[in-house]
Structure formats: C-alpha cells, structure tokens
Design a protein around this ligand. Sequence first.
Ligand code: FE2
Ligand code: FE2
Length: 141
Amino acid sequence: MFDTHTEINLGDAQLDRDHSELMRLSQALLDVPNDRNVLALEALYTAAREHFSLEDADLRRLGGNNSVCHLDEHALVLKSLEEVLEILRDPATTSEKANQMLSSLAMELLRWLPEHIREMDSGLASVRSQARFGGSPIVFA
Ligand SMILES: [Fe+2]
Ligand SMILES: [Fe+2]
C-alpha cells in the first residue's frame, strides 16, 4: 500500500536515517498483533520524540515563522501519539477500538510524514548543510 522505497532523501544522513525509521515504525503499526499494540506505539513515540528534539534544537537556533510552524507540527504529532497511547493503555479500551485507532493513526502518519519531510524538513536540511559545508547537500539518486 505504501512504498517505503519512495522515501524522500534529503541528503542529510542523520535526518534521512531517522525518517526511514519513523516510516518503518509507522508502517509496523498496521499489522502489529493486539498484545503488542502499546509496545509498538511506544517505540514510535520514543523515536519521534528523539528525532523531533534533534530538529527542534536547530529550529530554535534559526528562529522565524517557518521554524515556529515546524516546531508546532512536531508538538501536535507528539500530542496525538500521547493521546492514542493513553487510550491504548486504558484497560477499558476494547481490542477492536485499539486496532481501529492504531490503524487510522498509522495511515495518518504515513500520509503526514512524507509531506512534512518535503515541505518542512527539506528547508532545515539545507540550513544544516550550509552550517556544515557552506553549501546545499548533493543528493545522489
Ligand atoms: Fe524530520
Ligand atoms: Fe520536522
């Protein structure tokens, strides 16, 4: 359904590695067995939090409106993940409801992430590479 090989490569090793891991962990939510729902979402949450905090540090240094929007998107995504985690951890949640929530979250993330990478992270990747090498990254197709 989702071809993870069409991931967007920004030419920033750290960001690209993190993004493929986030895609992989989101994809994994789609067919995780019931009893591993919480573990699978916790793994994604931890990876997302670490990745966002890496980008957030650069964004805070940069400042400006784009950075504020970018920081907000990260915070919103973490908040949704926390909300779903809370519901999954609630013993009153049926496994049917848990599966439903997890798959709609996964679909939403698999739609959101590539868009976010293209529209927001790509700008950050150029700034990161300018800071390192004084130029834009060269991406080998
Ligand atoms: Fe990112
Ligand atoms: Fe980002």
